[in-house]
Design a protein around this ligand. Structure first.
Ligand code: MG
Length: 253
């Protein structure tokens, strides 16, 4: 993998702007998640919002992906393709969205319930979100990537859920996927050292049952192998000497 890119103050400011647009796009999607809405409708509104903001939907055309947002429902983990699917009461929807602003990328995700939802779904979503914050509590200059990974895994497993191995967080900047990889599992103290002004996406993908996944025939959609629920939570963060700054900052943290 290519080497880690440390960002200049100018680049960080552009990433902050990209991040705010991306987080607001996540809110657009979150507010639409409800029984009766199709995933294509959500995609259309998110795309419209990003373009109206003067940014580019990063995912659209990325590796051939046909939409501006990944919408992964229930046992779908990531990379769900928006389409005719109509959300039903109690469905859980993982929204993953990216926006490029003046050449810099914001990347964030969150899982939301259509309607009321089960207690177990709510707990899965809450644990997934909190595992991100447990992870980034370790995300400061001088620590290692593995310190984030270990904190996420420990918290998730303590709560009886699984962390996906096959897909990981990543550096982010002028490219959506830069070095280093940021796994959600593994030993503390390992991996690349975190350095001030690195920007990374930390994104726990958490499963109710097995952490094993499969890719569907559409070539994109990743599902849990056992058909149980999965949730996702992600923000792009800036490494500092103290607490990290969340660049995809918005009302849905
Ligand atoms: Mg990401």
């Amino acid at each position: 993998m290519s080497s880690i890119i440390i960002k200049s103050p100018r680049e960080i400011e552009l990433m902050r702007q990209a991040g705010r647009i991306t987080a607001a796009a996540r809110t657009v999607a979150r507010e639409m998640v409800a029984p009766g809405v199709t995933t294509a409708q959500i995609d259309r509104e998110v795309r419209h919002f990003i373009e109206k903001s003067g940014a580019i939907p990063t995912f659209l055309g990325y590796g051939g992906f046909p939409a501006s947002v990944c919408l992964s429902v229930n046992d779908e983990v990531i990379h769900g393709i928006p389409g005719h699917r109509r959300l039903k009461e109690g469905d859980i929807v993982s929204v993953d969205v990216g926006a490029t602003w003046k050449g810099y990328v914001g990347d964030c995700a969150g899982t939301y319930i259509a309607g009321e939802g089960s207690e177990e779904a709510k707990r899965l979503i809450a644990v997934t979100r909190q595992s991100f914050f447990e992870g980034i509590a370790q995300a400061r200059a001088g620590n290692h990537v593995g310190d984030i990974s270990h904190a996420v895994q420990t918290y998730v497993e303590k709560n009886g859920f699984g962390v996906v191995r096959e897909y990981v967080g990543h550096g982010v900047g002028s490219e959506m996927h830069e070095a280093p990889e940021v796994p959600n599992y593994g030993p503390a103290g390992h991996g690349p050292k975190l350095v001030r002004n690195m920007t990374i996406a930390v994104e726990p993908m958490v499963t109710q049952g097995t952490w094993e996944v499969k890719v569907l025939k559409d070539g994109w959609t990743v599902k849990t192998l056992d058909g149980k629920l999965s949730a996702h939570y992600e923000n792009t963060i800036l490494i500092t000497d103290g607490e990290p700054e969340i660049l995809t900052y918005g009302e849905d943290l």
